[in-house]
Design a protein around this ligand. Structure first.
Ligand code: ZN
Length: 239
């Protein structure tokens, strides 16, 4: 069984394989098109046809072409690997580390390496250290100050500018439930969360101390953000 980088499949498809994999790993379990607990049968024409249809839709949304029945069946039955080169590179790096361990010939890799083959091959390795107060590697929440009368759009603008986001996904814990407040990766969610933009933080149930999770295609992990609301009077006197 091959494993795929879920970030590529979920947010950043570039190849037709990614679209097929998205349908089989995310859409199929959600929609259960042939009834509950019916697993995908790579030899079933109906199953493959359903996957072709939905993968084509996703491919069109991302300007990707090349999906047809034969191709889709190939990906479903793992004849065509979804993210082939990534797996091959990781496997070869693992094998190299084993060789180094076994022979003590070279220093071992220490927790990090980068591989880039967009133009030629570029590789480097160094051990990054963890910083205790870092929002990324230590997952420490950051505080963001905003006026309590602000609209949700203003909060998004503030976050987007401060953390250089491109298409933020915002979740918040409201009355004990994790709620999706803003999401643009699918048309359905964009339409569903767009009305929030014009609402005030209060109307959305965001209060002082609310913790939000902010994700973005530019970030490897989501950011924990704690709201710190200021009253209009307070802002006036501190300015
Ligand atoms: Zn860090």
């Amino acid at each position: 069984m091959v494993n795929f980088p879920q970030c590529t499949i979920a947010h950043n498809p570039r190849l037709p394989e990614h679209c097929v994999e998205w349908v089989t790993s995310i859409l199929w379990p959600k929609e259960q098109p042939f009834g509950p607990d019916v697993k995908i049968d790579g030899d079933s024409v109906e199953h493959i046809q359903w996957i072709v249809e939905h993968a084509t839709k996703r491919a069109n949304d991302h300007n990707i072409s090349g999906i047809n029945f034969r191709f889709t069946q190939g990906v479903v039955k793992r004849v065509i690997p979804a993210v082939a080169s990534t797996n091959a590179v990781i496997a070869s790096i693992c094998a190299t580390e084993v060789f180094k361990l076994a022979t003590s010939s070279v220093m071992l890799m220490n927790n990090y390496t980068m591989f880039n083959d967009i133009e030629g091959i570029y590789m480097l390795t160094y051990p990054p250290e963890k910083r205790d107060d870092c929002p990324i590697c230590s997952n420490v929440p950051v505080r963001i100050q905003i006026n309590e009368t602000a609209k949700f759009q203003e909060l998004i603008d503030l976050l987007t500018e401060k953390y250089q986001l491109t298409a933020p996904l915002i979740l918040a814990e409201i009355n004990g439930n994790l709620k999706t407040l803003y999401m643009t990766s699918t048309e359905q969610m964009r339409d569903a969360t767009k009305p929030h933009l014009r609402m005030t933080l209060q109307e959305l149930g965001l209060i002082n101390g609310t913790e939000m999770l902010v994700g973005d295609p530019t970030r490897a992990s989501s950011l924990r953000v704690i709201l710190s609301l200021t009253s209009s009077m307070e802002t006036a006197t501190t300015k």
